[in-house]
Ligand binder design. Structure first.
Ligand SMILES: [Zn+2]
Length: 275
């Protein structure tokens, strides 16, 4: 499988749509997010274990979205670690949307490469509230901040100043903000927190590795979007009018205008209800 390396402690891949990362902490190797399918995850795990010449010791989840967790079953023999809110969101998805999908929707998922025929939902086995620190020769902090979704968590390795941001960072790729639990205000503040860490390495949830300048550019997009929506709402504009406004700030949505529109509409609705 095609993957990228950073220093001697990180390998990551974007093959499974959402980026998946493996971090070597000295004695232990953790995988962060499991790609969109068990097939890819299985290949990926083999690559990780060959690269670090060590078995994988655990899987950590940054949030509940399908492109980050549909490969979980490949890691059912090791601890799967996530904050309690991620487990709640995963169960909500399984018992809500997934319990009701029809044949046509199944086909769509299959066509998009999610390999759902042999999918076995595999939920976190170790949960924490807000924050967890894994100790070892090198420590790893897991910090829940929400924003992109309820439960969104980033990982911080202090010695190497490595940030694994999950979908809090879409780098050079339009952020997906259409999740029901998305809170654009909290998300923007989370990006400021990430900047304040002064990371030297930033592995994003989608797109290439980021720099602090990239984070600042993303932060500006969020600040501009919030200000734009608030100004238009104050001027009495409707959700549809704001979403269709050609002056709405852009950030690498390019050919994904449908994603942009769904995200913007969700943010407008949120700011209408939380002004
Ligand atoms: Zn996501």
């Amino acid at each position: 499988m095609k993957y990228n390396t950073i220093g001697d402690h990180i390998i990551w891949t974007d093959v499974g749509f959402g980026n998946s990362v493996a971090i070597n902490l000295g004695e232990k190797v953790f995988v962060v997010d499991s790609t969109k399918s068990w097939k890819l995850a299985s290949e990926w795990r083999t690559d990780i274990e060959e690269y670090f010449e060590k078995p994988v010791n655990g899987l950590i989840l940054t949030h509940h979205h399908s492109d980050h967790i549909f490969g979980n079953q490949v890691f059912s023999d090791v601890p799967i670690i996530a904050c309690s809110d991620i487990r709640t969101m995963m169960k909500g998805f399984q018992e809500g949307y997934w319990a009701k999908i029809d044949e046509e929707e199944r086909k769509e998922w299959e066509n998009e490469g999610y390999e759902i025929k042999k999918l076995q939902f595999t939920n976190p086995t170790i949960c924490f509230e807000n924050r967890l620190q894994l100790f070892g020769p090198k420590s790893l902090e897991l910090i829940q901040v929400d924003g992109h979704t309820t439960g969104s968590t980033y990982l911080w390795q202090v010695d190497t100043k490595t940030l694994i941001a999950g979908d809090l960072v879409f780098n050079k790729s339009g952020p997906y903000g259409a999740d029901e639990s998305c809170n654009i205000l909290v998300w923007q503040k989370a990006i400021e927190d990430l900047i304040n860490l002064k990371p030297e390495i930033v592995v994003s949830g989608h797109g290439p590795v980021a720099t602090i300048q990239d984070l600042q550019e993303i932060n500006e997009f969020f600040l501009n979007s919030i200000a734009f929506i608030r100004m238009k709402l104050e001027n009495g504009k409707t959700l549809e009018e704001i979403a269709a406004d050609p002056d709405f700030p852009d950030y690498y949505y390019q050919d994904r205008q449908e994603r942009k529109e769904r995200s913007i509409k969700n943010w407008i609705q949120f700011l209408q209800n939380n002004s």
